[in-house]
Design a protein around this ligand. Structure first.
Ligand SMILES: [Fe+2]
Length: 272
């Protein structure tokens, strides 16, 4: 097994291992590399849905995604991504708006999502990359006056952010739930490191602040989100498994893949 850093401050690339047959010691190394780097990429895997569920379950408890329409009928813990793309009328167009915009997964939900894992099955000939950034690095880069100011703050998150765009994908009872409120500065339960927990996709407002004041502060903080050596662009290969830690990283779909080519992933959602 070979593990190397994707870029100095986020991501680890793993080759030379089969996750179906690895030893407990190797698993321990993988999990530690994930905690250390926030994003773990294991290349060259050949998995059934049951294999993918078994591997994902080693990271934590799996939770079927609240959006029911994309659940695998036989394995509800798996979300099927991209199986409907590839129609003729989309030919020569680019996919430009799916999963784009920096975010963590499910900060709008009632419990923090520990990790999200994707398994790449069909990869377009160009585009469709996934971008990652370390929110440890973002927090570390803040000037002391900002660290002090945000230490007591709490942030409200909702599906689709303030505009609630796409909220109709949720079940009626999930649409009606009030925003989820979390600390802006998260202490990671396993690494004990501090990270900045905001994202421009899901934040509705900062608790106890006027919208105008909150937006001014958020705009200032967003300047620190992407730090040198802490941003990684993943170019997918079929057989890649990628898991990111939603407690200390953000991600975004880069888009730009041709709409007449299939881009298919299985996804699992992992809780603490
Ligand atoms: Fe996402």
């Amino acid at each position: 097994m070979h593990i190397e850093k994707a870029v100095p401050k986020v991501g680890a690339l793993v080759t030379g291992i089969d996750v179906k047959t690895m030893s407990d010691a190797q698993w321990g190394q993988l999990y530690q590399a994930w905690l250390d780097t926030g994003v773990l990429i294991v290349r060259g895997q050949d998995l059934t849905k049951a294999d993918f569920i078994a591997y994902s379950s080693r990271f934590g408890k799996l939770k079927p995604h609240r959006v029911k329409a994309t659940r695998d009928p036989a394995f509800p813990e798996i979300t099927l991504m991209g199986v409907t793309t590839g129609s003729d009328e989309k030919k020569d167009k680019l996919v430009l708006n799916r999963g784009q915009g920096w975010h963590t997964d499910s900060p709008w939900d009632t419990e923090i999502c520990k990790g999200t894992q994707l398994y790449g099955l069909e990869i377009p000939s160009y585009g469709g990359d996934t971008l990652f950034a370390s929110m440890y690095a973002a927090y570390d880069a803040l000037p002391a006056r900002l660290k002090e100011r945000i230490a007591p703050l709490k942030v409200a998150f909702g599906y689709g952010g303030r505009s609630r765009q796409g909220i109709e994908r949720l079940e009626p009872e999930d649409q009606a739930r009030p925003p989820a409120v979390w600390d802006m500065v998260r202490v990671h339960p396993e690494t004990k490191r501090r990270s900045l927990y905001i994202n421009p996709t899901h934040v509705i407002n900062i608790a106890g602040m006027s919208e105008a004041e909150g937006d001014r502060l958020l705009a200032e903080l967003y300047w620190y989100m992407l730090q040198p050596n802490a941003e990684y662009r993943h170019k997918w290969q079929a057989g890649d498994i990628v898991i990111w830690d939603n407690r200390c990283t953000v991600h975004s779909a880069a888009g730009g893949n041709p709409a007449d080519q299939r881009r298919v992933h299985w996804r699992t959602t992992i809780m603490e």
